[in-house]
Design a protein around this ligand. Sequence first.
Ligand SMILES: Cc1cc2nc3c(=O)[nH]c(=O)nc-3n(C[C@H](O)[C@H](O)[C@H](O)COP(=O)(O)O)c2cc1C
Ligand code: SF4
Ligand code: SF4
Length: 242
Amino acid sequence: MKAENGFLPYDIFVFSGSNNGTFFAQEVKKQLGGNIYQIPLVTTKQNVYEGKRMLVIYPTYAYGIPRIVKHFLKHNTFNYEYRAIITSYGTRTGGSLLEAKKYCFDYYHSYQSIENFIPLFGNVKDLNAKYETELASINHLINELRDMKLRPIKGFHFLKPVSLIFYYGRPLVTKLIRNTKDCTKCGLCLKECPTKAIFFKQGKIKISSRYCELCNRCLNVCQFHGLKFLKHNKRAKTYLHR
Ligand SMILES: Cc1cc2nc3c(=O)[nH]c(=O)nc-3n(C[C@H](O)[C@H](O)[C@H](O)COP(=O)(O)O)c2cc1C
Ligand code: SF4
Ligand code: SF4
């Protein structure tokens, strides 16, 4: 069935920690029509998804695909006539698209988002200019999706060892996110965590290393310095796409 604007709508599956991917998904929905599904909320195994056009959007994590997205792609079946995949990145995609080659998409592309979300990377400068550049890339990609362009991917993922270290080391690193005495127990981080990895235990915030993807969103949304990552006990001065 065609959307009001005459285009075939997309089923848009997104995982997004700092909202760059969510922003992209919303633009696709606005311009081409479709439904947005948050991957963490639909990621049960062995579902069969069917339709005309699908798009998967995810961030580059350690030059690879976030764990939750890998699982989503691996354990579900996607019967669509056209399947596209887009990754956003801060500085370098590495193999975050190449890793998806085995799932046989029709279109692979990436774009540079406004800023890297990791606190260690520092502040965002020249936001307006970056926003304009990002929007131009997004619109270009949406035009290609509108026309159902084919764009295969080739090459070798030479940064795969880094992705694997992150993939297997992630549960250990999540333990470095700690609750501080400044936590007011307001519960905002629980609500905002995209993978629902945060819970209260004996009056303290705990993070499930099984479900935490290290997206850093909790550190950014907390207004009270209630969480810290290593020595970063101030609110992380990074960008959260609004
Ligand atoms: C844990 C983590 C690892 C990341 N690794 C990379 C990377 O290897 N290369 C890169 O360019 N950006 C990296 N980034 C930045 C994100 O890919 C980038 O900010 C992306 O646009 C975030 O998308 P989102 O806002 O939809 O979550 C990383 C971010 C996080 C939180
Ligand atoms: S860590 Fe921050 S956001 Fe989470 S409950 Fe405590 S004060 Fe609220
Ligand atoms: S616990 Fe924090 S870092 Fe981990 S997935 Fe949730 S919001 Fe992201």
